[in-house]
Design a protein around this ligand. Sequence first.
Ligand code: C2O
Length: 591
Amino acid sequence: MKTKLTDQSLTPHRAMEYHKFSAKPCSSYLFFTLLLFFAFLASFADAAVHFHEFVIEAKPVKRLCRTHNTITVNGQFPGPTLEVRDGDTLVIKAINRGRYNVTLHWHGVRQLRNPWADGPEFVTQCPIRPGQTYTYQFTIQNQEGTLWWHAHSRWLRATVYGALIIHPKLGSPYPFPMPKREIPILLGEWWDRNPMDVLRLALFTGAAPNVSDALTINGQPGDLYRCSSKETAIFPVEAGETILLRIINSAMNQEMFYGVANHKLTVVAVDAAYTKPFATNVIMIAPGQTTDVLLTADQTPAHYYMAAHAYNSANAPFDNTTTTAILEYKSAPCSAKKGQSLKPIFPQLPGFNDTATATAFTSQLRSPSRAKVPLEIDDSLFFTVGLGLINCTNPNSPRCQGPNGTRFAASINNVSFVLPRRNSLMQAYYQGQPGIFTTDFPPFPPVQFDYSGNVPRGLWQPVKATKLFKLKYRSKVQIVFQDTSIVTVENHPMHLHGYQFYVVGSGFGNFDPKNDPAKFNLIDPPERNTVGTPPGGWVAIRFEADNPGIWLLHCHIDSHLPWGLATALLVENGVGKLQTVQPPPLDLPRC
Ligand code: C2O
C-alpha cells in the first residue's frame, strides 16, 4: 500500500475502560501512584490525536460504463471516513499528487481561532500546488454528530469528499437509545466527464455548467442507471433493530429529497446539532447539510430501496435522475428458492418542485431544549442573495453564452464576490498586506426593490469586488438572507465557515422588518451551519461572533460560488491570547 492511514484513537480508550484495581490497605502508596499514572494516560486517551495522510491523486474510477481519471483521496471515491470523538485532535497531512491546485475544508468544524485549518482556497490559505503538502491540524471542541470534509478549490469537491463523524466524549451517551449500527449515506453527483472541465467550459462561455449525469449514494448511482446495478450500495439490517443513518448532501448543485420505502425516518440531528426528534417519510437536504435519522427495521423482512432525487426550486435545468441503494433485511426470503421477485420496494418521493413538502420538513426542526440565542443584536444585516447577468459589449462573443448574450453572475447585496489571486484573504490580513480586499461590504442592498417580485432589468447586473464585512469580537449578529427573483428564485443553501448559527425565522416573499421579527423562534430554533433560503423568500439567522478570523459565507451550490454568491466575515480579535487568532503553521502554503 502506497498510502498510510494511522489512527491511534479508539483503541487506547477501550483498553482503559477495562482496567480494574483491587486496592489493599498496605499498598495504598502504590495504588495512588498507579491511579496517577492511569489518570495521566487517560488524559491522553480522552483526547486522542488522529494522524492521517490524505494523498490527493488521480485514480481510474468507472461509472456509467466509462472510466475516468478521477481525483481522489488515497485512491478512494468517496474518500475515507474520519471517525473521532469530541475533544480529539486531527492531524491530516494533505499530499497533492494530482495535477490541480487543491485545498481541503472540514465542513462545519468550528476551527476556533484557527482559520489556518479551515481550507477555502484564497480565503484562509493559498492552494497546495501539485507536488506540495500541507498539514491540517485542528481540535474538535464541543461538537458532536455528522460533518464532512471536501476539497475547497474550484470543482474538485465533486469527487474529493468524505464523512467526518464525531462521537460524543467517552462516557457521554447519545440523547437517544444507542443504535445497533451507524451508516454514513453520502449523496453526490457524478459527471460523465472531468468536473474540472465542466467548470472551465462554463467559466469560459459564461453559460451555466452542464448538469450532472447521475446522482449517487456513497459514490454509486444505483439500479436505475446504465452499467451500475452490480455495484449498488447495499446496507444489511437485522429485523427489529434500529440504525442511525448519517445522511450528508455532498452533491455539487442539487438539493435532494431522500426516503426509504415503507420506513419512517426519525430526525435526531442536523449539521452536527441535535434536534427534537420527529418522524417523517422524506427529508429534504441541501448541499452542505447533514441530517441524522433513526430507522427501525420494523417492516416485513424484504429488500427496500432508499432513493434520492432532486428538489429543484429554480426555473433552470437540473439532473432529474434518481439514485438508489438497498436496505436489505438479513432474514429476507431468498428469491432463488421461492421464485419470489427480489425487486426491492420503491419509496415515494415528492415531485421535483414540491416546495411545500420541503418547507414542511425544514419547519419542523427545533433545538432539543432552550437555546442560547442572542437576544440583543449588535449587527443587524440584510443580505439579498441571488443570480445576476453581466452584459457584454459583444453579445455574440463565445464568452457571452448566457441568457441573451450575457454572462451568468451571482451576488450578495449586489456585490459579486471575487477571490483574490495574489494572496489569501487571511494571510493578507495577518501580514497587514494592503490591496487584497476591502471591508466595506454593504450591510443592506444599495437600493431597495421588490426583491421577490418583478425586478427591473436595470437591477440585474451586480458589481464584482472583494469586499468583506467586519465584525467586532463577540458582536451579536443577525443576518436575514433574502432570495431575489433575478433570473430565477431558488433555494440557496447559505453556509458560514467557522460558525454554527440559529435559524430563527423564515418565510416567503419579502422580509418584513416590522412584523416578521415578532414571529421569530428565540426559544428552541435549530442550530446549523448551512441553511437554505426558501425560493423567493427569506431566512433569518443569529449567532455570536466569538471566533476571530476571516470566514467565508457562501452559497453551497457550486455553480453559484464561482459566479460570486459569497462574501467573507472578518471577525476581529478580542483581548488577550484566548480571543486572538493563533499564529499560522510554518508549512502554510504561500501564493
Ligand atoms: Cu462545505 Cu465553503 O464549504
